[in-house]
Design a protein around this ligand. Structure first.
Ligand code: 2RA
Length: 339
């Protein structure tokens, strides 16, 4: 079965990657439409050898469409009703509806069945959450999880194209002895790191940190699991890294964890310290899998583990996850009737 797909926000970093992934995975598209805000409308984008003109998003952009892949921003709020009225399901990469109890928040390796309960919109989780839960889920199933302490090392592309440009221009400026004032980030990101992603909220945690807590509880259907996060921007172009400390309910040996994770969907275990083999952002970029290494017992508690997890946040952390959700909609046959 082939379906009609509209990509909203097609010209941004995530939108472009959604198009790459639709093409790579041979997603069965009958008709494709590319939309964006009026600022980007009119540009032309190549998809599978054909040029598509980007149109400004309007309620009619959803007419005759089965699935809307929304890359981010406010479009899902603005066009939710218009899409629903036309029988088009939104897969939303923005944070607008993630914590709405009516909206499934889905990582296909973790809670695929949740898509079946959709009411016209399915949310794609935050990138650092997706990368973490792919690694947590197999451990959660095998031994239960009491508590997680996570610190992230997040690439500048998490802040979009401007984040990438700022790192490049600022690094050049520093090397040439000139100034490049911060714009996208609160402080210079070149030769620095910034323990601050998104806005500060309750208890002086950032919104990014709260997303990792609340979204993980929702995806795992477990509000008891304790999670505390520190999220940090680092001068890396692409792929987020995470140091994850886990307290399990039952004891797991390192050998068992390696065995479980190497059989887990969407994961690659890269852990051979004798040969200096561990995941790094430079080498995981462009990949859809989440990589895990440096797997150790936490020797300070009875049932503790340390993991080092790295994943391409534009692919698995956004675009790939969204396209996988679209694939689940076809697999479970839960599209809406077009109106
Ligand atoms: C970041 N998590 O890396 C964000 C992107 N969604 O800034």
């Amino acid at each position: 079965k082939k379906v009609n797909v509209v990509v909203v926000g097609a010209s941004g970093a995530v939108g472009q990657e959604i198009l790459n992934i639709l093409s790579e995975r041979n997603f069965p598209i009958e008709n494709l439409k590319l939309c964006a805000t009026s600022r980007s409308a009119g540009t032309e984008i190549d998809f599978q050898g054909r040029k598509y003109r980007v149109e400004e998003t309007t309620p009619d952009s959803f007419t005759g469409m089965d699935i809307a892949l929304v890359a981010g921003g406010k479009a899902s709020v603005e066009f939710r009703e218009a899409a629903f009225a036309r029988g088009c399901i939104i897969i939303d990469n923005s944070s607008n509806f993630r914590m709405d109890p009516e909206v499934p928040l889905v990582v296909p390796e973790v809670n695929p069945e949740d898509v079946k309960g959709h009411k016209g919109i399915i949310a794609n989780p935050n990138c650092s959450t997706i990368i973490m839960v792919v690694a947590l889920k197999p451990i959660y199933d095998a031994a239960g999880i009491k508590r997680v302490v996570v610190s992230t090392y997040q690439a500048v592309s998490g802040a979009g194209k401007e984040g990438i440009e700022e790192l490049t221009a600022q690094t050049k400026a520093v090397l040439e002895g000139s100034e490049y004032p911060p714009n996208k980030f609160a402080y210079p990101i070149a030769f620095n790191l910034i323990p601050h992603i998104d806005v500060f909220q309750e208890m002086d945690y950032t919104k990014e940190e709260w997303k990792m807590v609340k979204e993980t509880q929702k995806i795992l259907h477990d509000s008891e699991i304790k999670i505390t996060a520190t999220t940090v921007r680092v001068p890396v172009y692409r792929s987020h890294s995470e140091s994850i400390n886990i307290e399990t309910k039952q004891k797991l040996t390192v050998e068992k964890v390696k065995e479980i994770l190497s059989q887990a969907p969407g994961m690659i275990v890269q852990d051979d310290v004798q040969n200096k083999n561990y995941p790094m952002p430079l080498f995981t970029s462009g990949r859809d899998e989440v990589f895990v290494g440096r797997i150790r017992e936490d020797n300070t508690i009875e049932k503790g583990l340390n993991l080092w997890v790295v994943g391409d946040q534009i692919r698995k952390g956004a675009a790939t996850n969204a396209v996988q959700i679209a694939e689940l909609l076809l697999q479970y046959n839960c599209l809406m009737e077009k109106r």
